[in-house]
Design a binder for this molecule. Structure first.
Ligand code: PEP
Ligand code: MG
Length: 964
């Protein structure tokens, strides 16, 4: 049966001579144009236009549901700091992940800069009320700000001890880099002088001010960062500076003046000097960023509802850029790529947090061991700041013990003092997730059920896929960081949009970028793998790729990417757009051309975790297989039988297709029987092999299903071969082919309708099954109990008709061989009528298997072969949350499944129930099958482990619900 086709620089310039300056000017113009286009796009995303329609929809939806939204009252702002907090970790719905964890860390007595969180409810209310804040918000923010001032001993906007704050987003689910952040807020022409005096570091104060003007202008005022970069580059060029660190306080002062002038020119009004205006501007921008295009895309990809909203965290600033005893860093309490129990992370001396995440400077390792492994000469934090590093390790241990999970942490050291800025459960690869879960069970931190429950079943896909054959020659053209494991081959593309376009045409692509940014998210998702020339293992590319399960090599410094020329070079090798490369995210290698891949080994921690899952689950997991190779793979992956053997797939082999065609094109029973006699021994041998591989496990064999015309001869040579076998003329055969053609074959002469018109076909297949079962059982193999399945049944009369004939063949074979085997005759439920009339069908059928591919097609009236033409539009319009051919439509098709299960079992208590449509390997459909009381799911071999895990999680959720 045809399957549904758903499967689908910042340039550091140093111009020393006139000629290089000229070249620079040309390059700058090109960069400028591109940046201007990008800025325009970004501004567009920021403008209310795009948001308006979504917001309008949200508002309309809400209004329709509840007429006018009631204004929210009560507590809108939650304070934290100084060893206590008003919030807790379990309040993430209200405070967002970041806010809830900042509160929790404060409660744990960890050093957290004081601050407050404006709740997600305010965000929702803001959008529900035409972007107006609840009236109570202003007073609550002012009170919380006063508390921060008291704790820090500084005052917002003060001319001697000014308080500076950061303003960050923080949704319920982590959305890395998708929304906006403003740092150093509270600086103006007066407070900058105070900061210089107070810190004794004039350069630091003015550097902070220029950073703030740039960030605030970009995020809040819509003045693109390219304007600022240009001013900075010009200044550096004029003074002959190479690095930002070459600039002195006087330079930054001049740059600040130029920035302010440019902003005033762009906006027609000066950069805001009132710190309260700055604060409300930044709060508004964070709420606005909830509806920016990249956040919308990220939510769509990760099934995050728009109604959740984001919180806003306002927190006293601490500075990682206050000289060489200051730093900023990100850390994982275990290795997020491998799961090893090593502290893993990076830090940058004299820098602010955003520098690490953005990958602007390549950071240094946290530990000495990691530095030695990376062959880096620059000292690790363990070596450069041993005392602070010890404190950090204490915090890691405390947090892991408290949260009972691997943590992803952001910290800043300000002049030797450690401050915690964030903790959350770290994103990790599937391999790391399994190792961490298994290790934590061994460390008695979590139970086996918790370990099983923590693994995303769909993520197992990463482990089940092949890696480049180590024995095959490989032409490594560059090496970067092993940022996200797995390997992928594909055509090189340099732009996210191109990656998306080519992938939509079914092409495998590798997205190659200098570095990625949140705007590239759609291209990263569409690509098979991601390669960046810059950035560490915590850069945007690395973090996002790991979350998505895409292989990624980051920071491949040997690669030069030339976007304008659509090419990249590695030494003397040039790779053009469209050339094929392979990236190995487990080794960091970039390889020229396509690589042969090898199968994964699934043992060790994986095997152990799956054995715990198997103990917990109630649903059995079978596989859909008809070839010995597929059946063997499925057994390796732990299948408990075959739930669907599509016999028509066995008919296409070169050695039998002519006999099959002879059978179809014969216009009388004798002719068909003659051809069937040729097919019988081959078909029997197929079943013998499958029964042997399955070694006593149940095997469901479906009798011929698809329209016969799928097998008809196409070429003259095909016709001549059939003419020879049948004795009919080519002209007569062509006539017969015409007569068999159908307008709508999906609803035509297929399934049991074939068996009713040509019972001899099904009789031959039944004979092959029983003869094979007897042969394997008599040969000393484990007793075989075949399950003979009749497809596309709509009525009891059809299954009665077929069962009578199958039983007769069974009796005949048992008599001839002098040996009986147990067997069942059942049906697929893939038509709504069959589901509705399940009670009477089950009087005859001894098992049901839900063919949800056809059941979806026939229930929704959407052709499984043509749905791809418009499915995307349905998903974008929100008409379907998920493609119903991928994840079962629980409300509609699911209801039919439940009805059929209930009615079927009302007339046959022990009716065996399974599912064999594609949904059998989709985690949420598996959970549905558990709830619907099915006995097993059946899926393609590579999805067997996914189904085993999803089935265990379904049982765990049920257990949790019953305990609650
Ligand atoms: C189904 O319809 O769900 C099924 C398993 O059968 P096929 O995909 O072969 O039509
Ligand atoms: Mg079907």
């Amino acid at each position: 049966m045809a399957k549904p086709k758903q499967k689908k620089a910042k340039t550091k310039l140093k111009a020393k001579t006139a000629s290089t300056r000229a070249k620079t000017a040309v390059r700058k113009t090109a960069v400028k144009v591109k940046k201007a286009v990008k800025a325009k796009k970004a501004a567009k995303a920021r403008k209310p236009v795009a948001k308006k329609s979504v917001t309008k929809k949200l508002v309309a939806k809400k209004a329709a549901a509840s007429k006018a939204p009631a204004p929210i009252k009560g507590k809108l702002v939650y304070s934290f700091g100084d060893g206590k907090a008003e919030g807790r970790a379990d309040m993430r719905e209200l405070l967002g992940g970041k806010g809830a964890n900042l509160a929790e860390m404060s409660n744990l007595g960890l050093p957290v800069p004081p601050g407050f969180t404006i709740t997600t409810e305010v965000c929702t209310a803001y959008y529900d009320n035409g972007k107006k804040y609840p009236p109570a918000l202003k007073g609550q923010v002012e009170a919380a700000l006063a508390t921060v001032e008291k704790l820090v001993g500084a005052k917002f906007g003060d001319s001697t001890m000014p308080l500076l704050v950061s303003v960050r987003s923080g949704a319920r689910a982590s959305m890395p880099g998708m929304m906006d952040t403003v740092l150093n807020l509270g600086l103006n022409d007066v407070t900058v002088e105070a900061l210089a005096r107070q810190s004794g570091n004039e350069r630091f104060a003015w550097d902070s001010y220029r950073r703030f003007i740039q960030m605030y202008s970009d995020v809040v005022l819509g003045v693109g960062h390219e304007h600022f970069e240009e001013i900075l580059e010009m200044h550096k060029e004029e003074r002959g500076f190479n690095l930002d660190t070459d600039l002195k306080a006087e330079d930054w002062k001049e740059i600040v003046a130029a920035y302010k002038k440019m902003v005033e020119k762009e906006l027609g009004k000066p950069f805001p000097q009132d710190v309260h205006d700055q604060l409300w501007g930044a709060i508004g921008a964070v709420f606005q960023s909830w509806m920016n295009q990249r956040a919308i895309t990220y939510r769509a990809l990760n099934n995050i509802p728009a109604s959740w909203g984001t919180a806003v965290n306002v927190q006293a600033m601490v500075f990682g850029n206050m000289g060489d005893t200051s730093c900023t860093g990100v850390a994982f309490t275990r290795d997020p790529a491998t799961g090893e129990k090593n502290y893993y992370g990076e830090y940058l001396i004299n820098a602010q947090g955003e520098d690490v995440v953005a990958g602007i400077r390549t950071p240094q390792q946290l530990t000495k061991a990691a530095r030695l492994k990376a062959g880096n000469d620059l000292p690790s934090m363990e070596e450069s700041m041993p005392e602070t590093f010890k404190q950090l390790v204490n915090v890691f241990q405390k947090l892991e013990k408290h949260y009972r999970d691997m943590q992803d942490i952001e910290f800043t050291v300000q002049q030797g003092k450690l401050w915690m800025l964030q903790t959350r459960s770290g994103k990790r690869t599937a391999k790391a997730a399994i190792k961490i879960a298994v290790d934590m069970v061994k460390e008695k931190l979590i139970s086996q059920a918790e370990a099983v429950d923590r693994i995303d079943p769909a993520s197992l896909d990463q482990l089940l896929h092949p890696t480049p054959d180590p024995k095959a020659p490989r032409k490594v053209i560059a090496k970067g960081l092993a940022a996200s494991p797995g390997a992928a081959s594909g055509k090189v593309v340099f732009q996210a949009d191109e990656a998306e376009q080519m992938a939509s045409k079914g092409e495998a692509v590798i997205l190659c970028r200098v570095e990625t940014s949140p705007e590239d998210i759609h291209g990263m998702h569409a690509a098979k793998g991601i390669l960046t020339a810059r950035g560490g293992t915590t850069s945007h590319a690395a973090v996002v790729a790991r979350g998505m399960g895409r292989p990624c090599v980051s920071g491949a410094g040997g690669i030069r990417i030339d976007y304008a020329a659509n090419k990249m070079t590695a030494g003397d090798i040039t790779v053009n757009k469209g050339d094929v490369i392979t990236i190995d995210g487990s080794t960091g290698e970039v390889i020229l051309g396509l690589m042969p891949m090898i199968e994964p080994q699934l043992s060790g921690d994986f095997g152990l975790l799956m054995s715990w899952a198997d103990k917990l689950r109630k649903l059995k997991v079978r596989t859909n297989a008809e070839t010995p190779a597929d059946a063997e793979t499925a057994v390796r992956f732990g299948c408990e039988g075959i739930g669907l053997c599509r016999t028509e797939h066995m008919f296409f082999d070169a050695d039998r297709i002519t006999a099959v065609r002879e059978m179809i094109l014969s216009d009388n029973v004798e002719g068909r029987r003659k051809a069937l006699a040729k097919i019988l021994p081959m078909q029997r041998n197929d079943f013998v092999q499958l029964f042997k591989i399955m070694a006593g496990r149940p095997v469901t064999i479906r009798l011929l299903d698809p329209p016969l015309h799928e097998f008809l001869p196409k070429t003259d040579a095909d016709f001549e071969a059939v003419a020879k076998g049948t004795g009919l003329s080519v002209a007569a055969l062509k006539e017969r082919k015409k007569a068999l053609e159908e307008t709508n074959p999906m609803l035509g002469h297929r399934g049991c309708r074939l068996g009713i018109t040509y019972p001899e076909i099904y009789e031959m297949q039944a004979r092959a099954i029983f003869e094979a079962a007897v042969e394997v059982t008599q040969g000393g193999g484990k007793p075989v109990e075949p399950e003979v399945m009749i497809p596309l049944v709509a009525t009891k009369a059809e299954i009665d008709f077929m069962k009578k004939r199958v039983d007769a063949v069974a009796q005949a074979v048992f008599k001839e061989k002098g040996k009986k085997v147990k067997y069942l005759v059942g049906t697929m439920i893939e038509l709504p009528r069959a589901a509705l009339r399940a009670a009477e069908i089950a009087e005859t059928a001894e098992f049901f298997s839900f063919g949800t591919n056809d059941l979806t097609q026939t229930t929704l009236g959407i052709s499984r072969d043509d749905s791809a033409l418009f499915m995307e539009d349905y998903l974008k319009a929100g008409i379907f949350d998920r493609d119903p051919f991928v994840s079962i439509d629980q409300a509609g098709v699911g209801e039919l499944v439940k009805i059929a299960a209930e009615r079927g079992r009302s007339s046959r208590k022990d009716l065996k129930l399974g599912i064999c449509g594609e949904h059998g390997g989709d985690p949420s459909s598996v959970r549905f099958c558990h709830k619907a009381g099915l006995d097993y799911v059946s899926c393609s071999p590579y999805r067997v482990p996914i189904a085993r895990l999803a089935a265990a999680q379904a049982a765990i959720s049920e257990e949790k619900a019953s305990e609650a």
